[in-house]
Ligand binder design. Structure first.
Ligand SMILES: [Zn+2]
Length: 141
């Protein structure tokens, strides 16, 4: 009996540890491997952005979650609608809701690109957005 309680306690301890970047990458790899359970959120108006001053009013590339923005990975969301840390699928690619933006309210998304040119080239596109397993990554926010 005590063994069972201890075991449960250890599982809770492990589950509450903050995810490291490696854990997040591993989680993404697992999600990609095991046919994720996708929850359709709807059509979102998506804009390209980069870490430049024009896009962010700052240029350090640090997102609202404190991690550095990465292309093919980071999206900015309205956290009232999509919690930060959510895993999203857009055009069969997995993204993480890591950032917010002043004009990103409601059914809008910003997709991060490494350069301003790429962001401009993406421009504004309507995309179907899916949430993966309604799962959140804990950033300790
Ligand atoms: Zn830019």
């Amino acid at each position: 009996m005590i063994d069972k309680i201890l075991e449960a306690f250890i599982i809770i301890l492990l589950a509450t540890q903050t995810d490291t970047k490696a854990d997040i990458d591993e989680a993404i790899a697992i999600e990609e491997e095991t046919e994720p359970d996708l929850y359709y959120l709807g059509i979102y108006t998506c804009y390209g952005y980069c870490s430049c001053k024009k896009c962010c009013n700052k240029s350090d590339g640090i997102t609202a979650t404190g991690v550095k923005a990465r292309s093919k990975h980071t999206v900015a969301v309205d956290p009232e609608i999509i919690p930060l840390g959510s895993m999203l699928v857009i055009d069969d690619k997995v993204y993480i809701a890591e950032d917010v933006g002043g004009s990103i309210k409601g059914c809008k998304l910003d997709i991060y690109f490494d350069s301003h040119d790429e962001a401009l080239k993406f421009g504004k596109q309507d995309k179907e957005v899916f949430l993966v397993n309604k799962r959140r990554i804990n950033y300790g926010l």
